[in-house]
Ligand binder design. Structure first.
Ligand SMILES: [Zn+2]
Length: 105
């Protein structure tokens, strides 16, 4: 899967950037989502399944931001579990879809 440079979520444009060492609160992280600027930053070292999983993970943070989920008082640890498990399901589903299409051809 090619990671897009921009996506629209509920009509809002989000930019996806690749950086060498994304940071969050002074710590180097593999990826980070900035709701205020509607930007997702993903580390350039990520590739393959890890990259796609990380993209889906951050995409889910962006969706939650667009849905105003910050008003629901979900603690960060719970949001991380939710977005990561959804990302795993997307990855499994899309991989399965690709395999099915390949077998039919
Ligand atoms: Zn996260």
């Amino acid at each position: 899967m090619k990671i897009p440079k921009e996506i629209k979520i509920s009509g809002s444009t989000w930019k996806i950037k690749r950086e060498k060492n994304p940071q969050l609160d002074g710590l180097v992280v593999s990826a980070v989502t900035y709701p205020v600027t509607r930007t997702i930053v993903i580390c350039t070292s990520l590739t393959g399944e890890e990259l796609v999983h990380t993209f889906f993970h951050e995409f889910n943070h962006a969706v939650m931001a667009e849905l105003g989920m910050h008003n629901c008082n979900i603690v960060n640890e719970v949001e991380e579990i939710i977005v990561d498990n959804f990302a795993r399901i997307y990855l499994q589903t899309f991989n399965m879809g690709l395999k099915c299409r390949t077998k039919k051809r």
